[in-house]
Design a protein around this ligand. Structure first.
Ligand SMILES: Cc1cc2nc3c(=O)[nH]c(=O)nc-3n(C[C@H](O)[C@H](O)[C@H](O)COP(=O)(O)OP(=O)(O)OC[C@H]3O[C@@H](n4cnc5c(N)ncnc54)[C@H](O)[C@@H]3O)c2cc1C
Length: 478
């Protein structure tokens, strides 16, 4: 059972995982199955991090369950359990509506090839070459080519094609045309392999299943446990200070914000000036705004509306414009009762990318006004896709970048971790401070449900090696 706080803990653990986002949860589970004693400390009262949900009236709202690639099925089967993997199901109704085109798609390579050929008039051979080139990239590839350069090679001047290929990825991880092509290509190819998937039962169910498995594997999971500092002795990690207590361990994995972990949680002087300088230069990805709408009991939404609607009134794709407080692009996720068996409510979540600085530090009345304006504008746009929706809603709530910052402690309320340069820092921290590792959203590639969970596994393997090297004998079971 998950307990609150840091009372009654073992004297020492093989590993303390700081933060129960998808990266931290998966890392903790892997380490426990490898036989290590693991303590998982989460500052919030709920596990999941950005994979969050909340209840209002009789509604359950999913915050970050809009869609992920099919790879999540394999990841859950391999690193969690089959039951979890079996609940991963395809999303069928994906639509785009913008001044350049209005289409429905399964969001798979075959369907995109058909659309690019028949609707956009692009030569099939070029489309195949584009897909093959995107698919061949790996995260160790050269990062000097930008997505703009990559797309220009295949579709010069075709801003409509760029929009089709890019807009959903910008929603999925905040990447822009000026970010490295490698990050775009990996994420895009992951989606294109078999379309977009979701978790039947909702975020609350998947996190509950994870929590139960952690318990079965002997992980001590604590909520309301804020890690303030990481302790280091003789150059090596020795524990953390959480809720004011020193908890000892042989290794620490931080699933918290990368910059905060290195620049705020470590004692002064333990990292080299060069590493500090590089960390200071790591840029955070953008944040988000969301409008959550609960539909009254007895009211319905026509399933033909679709599941995921990428809508925009902007003339062309523009990642900067997508961050603007004057919103032109929004994704509507429609949740039908079939997606949460046993529950009879429909909900709608509107997501937009956003800048933290547009929302932070506003006087309270201005902040509330701006939230209301966003809600009203969202309703006006949603009417086009769900006529009469305003009268069907009995709960409406707005989250802004400051909401995301408050619940996850991410610098700037970042929704998708860091820009590409964060990868080198996240991967390199262990060389600076032996015993300290980082997992979770970095570099666009390692973000999203699939990226974060997979990165948790990669890091768990490294921690396992480290602990074994340190003890030179198999560690005791937790
Ligand atoms: C609005 C929105 C929509 C999204 N939609 C999708 C989507 O449809 N599909 C998709 O694949 N991805 C989506 N994402 C992204 C995805 O949810 C995240 O990339 C992923 O969940 C991040 O996992 P993580 O491991 O990086 O941890 P995070 O979720 O960032 O969690 C980190 C955890 O660490 C905890 N923590 C931080 N500091 C401390 C501390 N000092 N002590 C203790 N605990 C601490 C935090 O409370 C948090 O629980 C979305 C994100 C947002 C914001």
């Amino acid at each position: 059972m998950t307990l609150k706080g840091t009372e009654n803990l073992k004297k020492e653990h093989d590993c303390i995982v700081v933060g129960a986002g998808l990266g931290g949860l998966t890392c903790a589970n892997r380490l426990a199955t490898a036989g290590h004693s693991v303590l998982l400390l989460e500052q919030h009262f709920q596990l999941g991090g950005l994979a969050a949900w909340f209840r209002r009236k009789k509604h359950i709202f999913d915050v970050a369950l809009h869609g992920f690639p099919v790879g999540m099925k394999k990841t859950c089967r391999k690193y969690w359990n089959k039951e979890m993997a079996d609940n991963i199901v395809p999303l069928e109704g994906i639509k785009f509506d913008n001044p350049q085109f209005s289409i429905s798609t399964t969001y798979e390579r075959e369907d995109f090839t058909r659309l690019l050929d028949q609707k956009f008039g692009v030569d099939r051979a070029t489309v195949e070459q584009f897909f093959d080139a995107a698919r061949s990239m790996t995260f160790t590839d050269d990062d000097s080519m930008t997505t703009r350069q990559f797309l220009s090679q295949f579709f010069p001047g075709r801003t409509d094609v760029w929009r089709l290929l890019m807009e959903p990825i910008t929603y999925a991880n905040g990447s822009t045309l000026d970010d490295p092509a490698v990050s775009y290509c990996i994420v895009f190819s992951n989606f294109m392999s078999k379309g977009v998937y979701t978790f039947r039962g909702g975020t609350d169910l998947i996190i509950k299943m994870m929590e139960e498995q952690l318990e079965r594997n002997g992980v001590d999971v604590r909520t309301k446990a804020l890690v303030e500092k990481i302790t280091v002795e003789d150059g090596k990690v020795t524990g953390v200070i959480a809720n004011g207590r020193h908890l000892r361990c042989r290794s620490v994995v931080s699933n918290g914000n990368l910059r905060t972990t290195i620049l705020k949680m470590l004692p002064p002087g333990v990292i080299s000036p060069e590493f500090r300088e590089k960390t200071e230069k790591v840029r955070m990805n953008n944040s988000s705004c969301q409008v959550y709408m609960g539909i009254k009991e007895g009211e319905t939404i026509d399933p033909a509306t679709g599941d995921l609607l990428f809508t925009s009134t902007a003339e062309e794709f523009d990642a900067e414009k997508m961050l603007d407080k004057h919103v032109t692009s929004r994704t509507f996720s429609i949740y039908y009762p079939t997606g949460r068996p046993g529950h009879n409510r429909y909900t709608i979540v509107s997501s937009t990318n956003a800048r933290y600085q547009d929302w932070a530090g506003l006087p309270l009345d201005r902040y509330e006004n701006d939230k209301q304006a966003l809600a009203e504008d969202t309703l006006v746009h949603l009417e086009k896709y769900v006529p009469g929706v305003r009268d069907k809603i009995d709960h409406l709530e707005v989250a802004t970048p400051t909401t995301f910052q408050r619940y996850t402690l991410h610098v700037g309320g970042s929704s998708f971790g860091t820009k590409f340069e964060g990868l080198q820092i996240s991967r390199g921290i262990h060389d600076e401070v032996p015993g300290l590792f980082h997992t979770g959203s970095v570099a666009i590639i390692m973000s999203g449900w699939l990226g974060a969970a997979n990165y948790g596994v990669i890091v768990a393997n490294e921690v396992d090696r480290y602990i074994r090297e340190q003890s030179q004998v198999a560690p005791s079971a937790g």
